[in-house]
Ligand binder design. Structure first.
Ligand SMILES: Nc1ncnc2c1ncn2[C@@H]1O[C@H](COP(=O)(O)OP(=O)(O)O)[C@@H](O)[C@H]1O
Ligand SMILES: [Mg+2]
Length: 231
């Protein structure tokens, strides 16, 4: 469903340009689950931003169902991001002054949904995420694992097709991390979502069928998982 073709990314900087990757290609089939590993600074976050339509590559193409998203208008790309892409981050990025329910409703409100429906959908998602009794809690009143589940509910609120997770368990202990990943896998099992997850954890990667290593600006397939042959 989404494909990077010969993508190069160079950031200009006063100390000289930063060449993040060159001629990178990647194909994500609809409903596939892929992990990317790689040392800090290798460009994992940059890659997710390029896929989300947030950061334009220096050259190369990003195709969603064969359409080049960086050929679209800014508005069309913003709509793509809002409706089709869910993002989950290491530090949750929940808004402190809002309740769990309001945080989850926010993308729907931004997308133009009416408030009552957005809050009802948020409640439904939070119940599904096992947070029925936390609807009115603010982020500071929730544990790390609970905050990440709120962030997952928020990422799912607009029924995206692509879920991008940037070190989603990087801030959680292993037990909570494992529960969170299992929860993600259960929650998406019936949604036919395409997932790309960045992690430093070999244990987390082992829970997914396909792992790629980003190194020296290139992606290589890593053995392991192995239920899927695609590389
Ligand atoms: N907006 C930016 N401007 C300049 N350099 C950047 C910018 N964003 C990231 N970089 C550089 O690009 C490289 C890759 O960054 P990043 O994608 O955040 O790596 P990772 O997520 O793998 O740690 C790093 O060297 C970083 O310093
Ligand atoms: Mg990063």
């Amino acid at each position: 469903m989404i494909r990077l073709e010969a993508v190069t990314k160079v950031y200009p900087s006063p100390q000289g340009e930063v060449r993040v990757f060159e001629d990178l290609s990647l194909s994500l089939e609809r409903g596939s689950q892929t992990v990317i590993m790689g040392a800090s600074g290798t460009g994992k976050t940059t890659l997710l931003h390029i896929l989300a339509g947030i950061d334009r590559p220096t050259s190369g193409r990003v195709l969603v169902f064969d359409e080049e998203i960086y050929g679209w208008s800014v508005e069309r790309r913003a709509e793509f991001r809002n409706r089709k892409v869910g993002m989950i981050f290491q530090f949750f990025h929940l808004l402190k002054e809002f309740t769990a329910q309001e945080n989850v409703a926010l993308p729907l409100l931004i997308g133009g949904a009416n408030k009552r429906q957005a809050l009802a959908r948020a409640e439904e998602l939070l119940v599904r995420c096992g947070l029925k009794d936390r609807l009115s809690h603010r982020p500071s009143q929730l544990s790390g694992g609970e905050q990440q589940r709120v962030a997952i509910a928020r990422a799912l609120s607009a029924s995206p097709e692509l879920l991008l997770l940037d070190e989603p368990t990087g801030n959680l202990d292993w037990k909570t991390a494992r529960q969170t990943v299992e929860f993600i896998k259960e929650t998406i099992a019936d949604l036919a979502l395409t997932i790309l997850l960045v992690t430093h954890s070999q244990e987390v990667a082992s829970l997914f069928p396909r792992t790629l290593l980003l190194r020296n600006g290139a992606l290589e397939a890593l053995p392991g998982g192995g239920q899927e042959g695609q590389g």
